[in-house]
Structures are given as structure tokens and as C-alpha cells.
Design a protein around this ligand. Structure first.
Ligand code: ADP
Length: 485
């Protein structure tokens, strides 16, 4: 089985969110399965600085895609045996800013071409005249940036290789003005409802959902949700039509990168057997963030994109009440300016109790995950969510809303679940500020009972959140896809 894993981000090379974590970890996990007989390579654009991070990067071929001349580089993903094929085209990818947006957060105006080229190269590599000696028989595409690959494979290249399209977030679809069609070399005849057209636009996401042989998404609950109007962002009809081809597989976590007993970002280490180090990390975190170093103050952690999806606007109005009740809150995130400013104002108002770090910061994210007592994640929708899984692994029980992967990974705490050793966190009844406040207050009552709290922490820390079982499920999906007619 030869698999090309196509992605627009992969940790530790480039990351804006959970997709990077999955892309950095799943290929590694797949290669470590005894049952996986073959190879899996990552295909990714060579953004600025990416080639320098690859181990032993060297040019291996040149390729022409959508009239763009590209050089393919090969190197190893750091700390792994996974080969990365990076597409170098400096005018498309060598830029200051993020993979999708410029420094001011505006989408790159040529994103259709930038990710059209990524999608096109993936398809070209499955052809018999590919410039590489290695040929995939399965292409695993991830999110809209790779959505045209299955369309190219079916419509232009008509290859025998199969494709899987995985949805990591339905909210981002890559819909572009129909003008881009000729640049993307998409056949006009398929600009229709049974094709890649979506409300008069070219939709990368729809192309992936329509043309891929199999579909997957990152949790079983989200797989059901996206077939409904509330979560399908207009594509629920197509998803329902293809429901027999759609599998929900919960993400795992990279237990090398996210493990409190070896995490290099932590000043102390701990495990479920010996959790003492967590106390010291909390104290250090409080000090570093300018909070009162009071071990009796429950410390709530937030690490997130500040987007409507994440529901953190529900946290802001209850902060005065939480502070009045003795809570501390450490927030790390960036996104919507209005919400960033609201949190910054609250920090000014309560400097001893609220800490707000605007930006993307890997070390602080680990320190918050380990140092906080509770992790807050009131998402309005959540395909899988990784932070609640990190919370479980770090003995920092998550407070989550009842949606998507959060439902599939966190068990609410109550008398029954404590008795049966299944309690791992706290689930909101409704996605409202009142429900969030009530759930946090309930969680703090449990936190004050140290013996029960240890049990809840232990249940979470013992939960299987590694990639092992999910990688098995992907392997089954790979096998099914390859053997399909
Ligand atoms: P999403 O992909 O929707 O943003 P996930 O929970 O699936 O949400 O994954 C988010 C990933 O990005 C996690 O690894 C989280 O720790 C990380 N992350 C989010 N915001 C920040 C930030 N400001 N600094 C560091 N890491 C962050």
C-alpha cells in the first residue's frame, strides 16, 4: 500500500490548527502499525523556511502544474521516519505571513492557484508519467486546500489510484469566483450541481466531497452532524447522499509531543502515578503570567483560535463573576480582534486573576495545558478538537459543549460516572454563558474535593487518546478504498 498524504500544514513544519497536528502524527502512527505494509509520504507546499526544517532536504524532480514550474524536494519529517515531498515554487509559497493569509490576516488573493497547484501536483504524481519513481495507489486528501485532487484524478488524469477526502472543518470550503476555472484547468462541463459548482462558485471542498472515492471526518458525531443543515454549511445534501461512503474517525494525539512525563516545555514532569509535578508547574505558570501564586485559586486554561466556532465570547461576560468567586483564567489565543480586545480589557481590570496572551505560542500552550486545573472549550461546533484530548492526557479535565468530537471524547462527571470510573470532564447542557458558568461552578465544587478530583484526573489520564486505535481505523479505510471497484 503506497499512500500520498496531501496536506496544507503538518506539525512541526507549519501549523495553524488541528490539521497540522493530525498531518504530523497520523502518517507516523500509520508507519508504526505492524499491519501497515507499505509507505506513506506527505505532500505539502514549501512555505518560507519549510525546507530548512526538513531533515536532509534535497531536490528530486521538477514538475509543471497549472503552468507553474515547481521543484519537488524530499526530506524527513523531524523526529520521524516519514518522508515529506515539498513543492517549491517561490512566487506561490515563499512569503512572509501564514499559509492562508498575509500578515494582516487577509486571505492571499491567489489562494485558488496556490492550493490548485498543491491539488494538481498530487494528482500528477499518481500518473504513469509521474516524474517520481514512487507511485501512490491511494491519495489521502485533507480539507479544502486539497479538494481538487480527487477531481483532477477523475476528470483530467483518469488514473487507477483511489482517493479519500477527509474533512477537518466544514466551515472552511475554499469557494472561489468561477473565473478561476480556466487557470485551474477545470473542465467547464463539470461546473454543475453534480460536479464542483457550489452556488455559482468553484468549491474546492465540494470537489473533494463529490469526486473522492471515500470520505472521512474527524469524529463519529461530526460525521452525523455534517449531514444536517445546522452543521453542513450548505453541503449537507451531498454528504447525506454519500453517507455510506463517509466514516468518522476520532483523532488521536501525538504522545511524543503531548506527554506530561516527557514534555520539554514543562519545568517539571508528572504522570497519573505521580502527579505532584503539576502543582509546581501551576505555581510557575501563575508567576510567569503575573497571576497571584495561590494554589487554592482554581486556574482555568484557554488555548484557542478566537473564532465564533470556539464559543469563547460566552466566557467573557461571566469572567467578573468567576473572578468574584476566586477563579483565575489564563487565555492564549488570537483571531477576532473584538474578542481579543474584550479579553485584554478584562486582563487590565483583573491583572492578578486574568492573563491574556495574544498570539500563537507553542511553549505557553503546553504550560497552560499542564498548569491549569481545568480547560475551557465551549465550542459551538467542533469536528474533533485536540485540546480536550490534551486536557485529558495532562490531568486538566476539560469543560466542553456537547458537540462533535467533544461528545465522543469527554465523559461528563456525575455521581454515576464517578462510581463507574468513567468521569473525565464536564459537559455543558446548553451552549450559553449561563450554562458555561454553571458548569464551571460545578467543576470547581468537584475540584475542591481533592480525592474525587484525583479520580477524575486519573480516568482522563488513563483514557486511550494515542493514535494507535485511530490509525487502525484509517488503515481499514485505506484497505476498503483501495479494494473498491
Ligand atoms: P482548530 O484546529 O479548530 O483550531 P483543534 O483543537 O483541533 O482546533 O486544534 C488546535 C491546535 O492548535 C491545538 O494543538 C492547540 O493547542 C493549537 N493552538 C490553538 N491556538 C494556539 C495558540 N494561540 N498558540 C499555540 N497553540 C495553539
Amino acid at each position: 500500500m503506497q499512500v500520498l498524504f496531501v496536506t496544507s500544514e503538518a506539525f512541526p513544519l507549519i501549523k495553524t490548527g488541528g490539521l497540522a497536528d493530525v498531518s504530523g502524527a497520523l502518517p507516523k502512527a500509520m508507519k508504526s502499525l505492524a499491519e501497515f505494509n507499505g509507505d506513506i509520504k506527505i505532500l505539502i507546499p514549501a512555505y518560507r523556511g519549510l525546507l530548512d526544517q526538513l531533515i536532509d532536504a534535497k531536490p528530486i524532480a521538477s514538475i509543471q502544474a497549472l503552468k507553474q514550474s515547481c521543484i519537488l524536494f524530499s526530506g524527513q519529517l523531524p523526529d520521524s521516519d516519514v518522508e515529506v515531498i515539498a513543492i517549491q515554487n517561490d512566487s506561490l509559497y515563499d512569503r512572509i505571513g501564514g499559509p492562508y493569509t498575509d500578515e494582516n490576516g487577509n486571505d492571499w488573493s491567489d489562494n485558488a492557484l496556490r492550493f490548485g497547484v498543491l491539488s494538481r501536483v498530487a494528482s500528477l504524481l499518481t500518473r504513469l508519467d509521474s516524474p517520481l519513481p514512487w507511485q501512490p495507489d491511494l491519495v489521502h486528501c485533507n480539507d479544502w486546500q486539497t479538494g481538487l485532487t480527487p477531481a483532477y484524478m477523475k476528470l483530467l488524469d483518469q488514473v487507477s489510484a483511489k482517493s479519500i477526502f477527509s474533512v477537518h472543518n466544514m466551515a472552511y470550503q475554499g469557494n472561489f469566483n468561477s473565473d478561476v476555472m480556466s487557470q485551474l484547468e477545470l473542465p467547464l462541463a463539470h461546473f454543475k450541481i453534480n460536479g464542483f459548482e457550489f452556488y455559482h462558485q468553484v468549491s474546492f471542498m465540494k470537489a473533494g466531497l463529490f469526486y473522492a472515492d471515500q470520505l472521512s471526518t474527524v469524529s463519529p458525531t461530526y460525521a452525523n452532524e455534517i449531514q444536517t443543515e445546522s452543521y453542513g454549511f450548505g453541503l449537507q445534501g451531498l454528504l447525506k447522499l454519500r453517507s455510506l461512503d463517509l466514516t468518522g474517525i476520532l483523532n488521536g494525539i501525538d504522545t511524543q509531543a503531548w506527554n506530561p512525563s516527557i514534555d520539554p516545555h514543562l519545568i517539571k514532569h508528572y504522570s497519573s502515578k505521580n502527579i505532584r509535578g503539576k502543582k509546581g508547574i501551576k505555581k510557575d505558570l501563575q508567576r510567569k503570567l503575573g497571576l497571584n501564586a495561590d494554589e487554592n485559586a482554581p486556574l482555568l486554561g484557554v488555548v484557542s483560535r478566537l473564532a465564533y466556532q470556539k464559543g469563547l465570547d460566552l466566557l467573557a461576560p461571566i469572567i467578573p463573576q468567576l473572578v468574584a468567586e476566586g477563579c483565575q483564567i489564563a487565555i492564549l489565543g488570537s483571531g477576532e480582534k473584538a474578542l481579543e480586545n474584550t479579553f485584554l480589557q478584562l486582563q487590565q481590570q483583573y491583572p492578578d486573576a486574568i492573563s491574556v496572551t495574544i498570539g500563537y505560542n507553542e511553549p505557553i500552550s503546553h504550560a497552560i495545558m499542564a498548569g491549569a486545573d481545568l480547560f475551557i472549550m465551549p465550542s459551538r461546533f467542533e469536528p474533533c478538537g485536540l485540546n480536550q484530548l490534551y486536557g485529558l492526557a495532562y490531568g486538566t479535565p476539560p469543560i466542553v459543549s456537547a458537540t462533535g468530537g467533544l461528545v465522543d471524547s469527554v465523559r461528563d462527571t456525575n455521581t454515576d460516572s464517578i462510581k463507574h470510573h468513567t468521569a473525565t470532564g464536564f459537559v455543558l447542557k446548553d451552549i450559553t454563558d449561563a450554562s458555561l458558568l454553571e458548569t464551571i461552578q460545578t467543576a470547581i465544587t468537584y475540584w475542591q474535593d481533592k480525592k474525587t478530583w484525583r479520580k477524575i484526573q486519573n480516568n482522563g489520564m488513563k483514557t486511550e487518546v494515542s493514535w494507535l486505535s485511530s490509525a487502525h481505523l484509517y488503515l481499514q479505510l485505506y484497505q476498503k478504498t483501495i479494494s473498491s471497484a
